[in-house]
Write a protein that binds this ligand. Structure first.
Ligand code: NAG
Ligand code: NAG
Ligand code: NAG
Ligand code: NAG
Ligand code: NAG
Ligand code: ZN
Length: 410
């Protein structure tokens, strides 16, 4: 018999709880690995990276989307912490500030060892899962952080960088960003320049995941074509559902499928609904869509928590992941598909990247051509065609001319 009408709401609530309980059961052994979280940027802007400031205590911190109790409630088992420095550091203090954001992640792991385990490999993630700690990895957001230097790229790898987003929202001298597709920036590299291709090859050789969030469509296609390992979009959604250039268009989703790559869905309202408001169900629509077009193996989560100002109703902070998983189960995702989206797809990609890496292969050594490097704040050591006192006195004089001119202006 049907329950009488006044029981219906109760039945609905119970059904919802079944999915929520199922989500939690699955997440107990396959917790979520999120592709992008900007807590380190919050620690810089709120506390100037002073973790010992009482107000910066990660157990009680309340003004952020992320803190330790919220990570626990959200069954977050892995996090790529973003070492993000804004585009206005390009050609200035980008490298120094990137190092500082990497340092604050390492210090987070040291200060809260019962919660975080800093790791640099897929095996490390699995170990953290076993120990019930949050596997903590570093993603560097923006190619400007390497200052057009293969040497800096390699050292950042040694310091724990395991993905590099090829651009943030600005071109680098070697890769174009998404604003090129809106017409507000000019195409400079038509995707990846020759040096950009060397950067990508070196990332493959080292075992750094190539992240295509924030890049232009031409850069996406160039990287998907060139990379010998699958790539990720650490925090991007589906362009067909919200026509924002930060999202991934269908033809690229097909390449994602063919290459076994991964799109980790961004929760920022503006990328989910193309408006200032959104809800959890609309985020699930993006997950459904990417699953339909690119395959269940191509879906992940990259919430962009603490990097955005507007989040969907129902996904206000990192504690809400189980509610999103419950929604996918309600939409008939299988347990295997859910485990894939939670962690196994990322682990598959990461393992493939580790497999492709090869430290006995010769390193990329050819520097960016001098004329492509903004040189106003840099010395030109190492460029044999640069003017030097000994070799090219004429050229030296020529290079001094502007200086002499500017001295006269003083
Ligand atoms: C943070 O606050 C908690 C709860 O008050 C306290 O137990 C813990 O020792 C503090 N942690 C640090 C690193 O200060
Ligand atoms: C989510 O937002 C969409 C679009 O505004 C709306 O149609 C839908 O009913 C909302 N879903 C929930 C569960 O609130
Ligand atoms: C790519 O699509 C094929 C065919 O639909 C599917 O079998 C495969 O699992 C997809 N790949 C991924 C990574 O999901
Ligand atoms: C899920 O599967 C059930 C049983 O096959 C079906 O009745 C229901 O319509 C499906 N729901 C969705 C959202 O596809
Ligand atoms: C690694 O690179 C070296 C040198 O190019 C090559 O001989 C070797 O086969 C490569 N190893 C793998 C596993 O690809
Ligand atoms: Zn971003």
């Amino acid at each position: 018999m049907c329950p009488s009408w006044w029981l219906w709401p109760l039945v609905a609530v119970c059904a919802a709880d079944v999915y929520r309980e199922e989500a939690e059961r699955i997440m107990q052994d396959t917790p979520v690995i999120d592709g992008h979280n900007d807590l380190p940027w919050q620690l810089l802007t709120k506390f100037n990276n002073r973790l010992q400031d009482e107000a910066a205590n990660l157990t009680t911190l309340a003004s952020t989307h992320t803190n330790i109790p919220k990570l626990r409630a959200g069954l977050v088992g892995g996090q790529f912490w973003s070492a993000y420095v804004p585009c206005d550091t390009q050609n200035k203090d980008a490298v120094r500030r990137t190092l500082e954001q990497m340092d604050v992640v390492h210090r987070m792991c040291e200060m809260y060892p019962e919660t975080f385990l800093c790791v640099t490999s897929s095996a490390g993630i699995r170990q953290a899962f076993q120990e019930g700690r949050v596997a903590s990895l570093i993603g560097v957001e923006g190619g400007h952080s390497i200052d057009s230097s293969l040497g800096v790229l390699r050292v950042l790898y040694r310091l724990g960088m395991r993905y590099l987003t090829l651009t943030h929202s600005c071109n680098t001298p070697w890769a174009d960003n998404w604003l090129v597709d809106t017409g507000s920036d000019e195409a400079q590299s038509q995707g990846l320049s020759e040096f950009g291709q060397r950067v990508l090859r070196e990332m493959n050789r080292l075992g750094v995941m190539v992240d295509l969030a924030h890049v232009s469509v031409a850069t996406m296609k160039a990287a998907l074509q060139l990379s010998t390992a699958p790539v990720i979009f650490s925090h991007s959604s589906a362009y067909s559902l919200c026509a924002h250039r930060r999202n991934v268009p269908d033809d690229v989703l097909l390449l994602v499928n063919e290459t076994g790559s991964l799109v980790m869905v961004n929760f920022y309202n503006d990328y989910v609904s193309c408006s200032r408001t959104a809800n959890l169900s609309q985020v699930a629509d993006h997950l459904d869509y990417i699953k339909k077009v690119a395959g269940a193996g191509a879906v992940g989560f990259g919430g962009d928590f603490d990097g955005v100002t507007r989040l969907p109703t129902g996904l206000e902070d990192v504690s809400k992941y189980p509610d999103l998983i419950a929604e996918l189960l309600r939409r008939n995702w299988t347990e295997a598909e859910v485990r894939g989206a939670l962690a196994e797809n990322l682990l598959r990609v990461f393992e493939a990247v580790e497999q492709v890496s090869n430290s006995t292969q010769a390193a990329e050594e050819e520097p960016i051509p001098l004329e492509q490097l903004g040189t106003s704040c840099r010395m030109q050591y190492g460029y044999s065609d640069a003017p030097t006192l000994r070799r090219q006195p004429g050229a030296l004089l020529a290079s001094l001319a502007p200086l002499i001119f500017s001295l006269r202006l003083l």
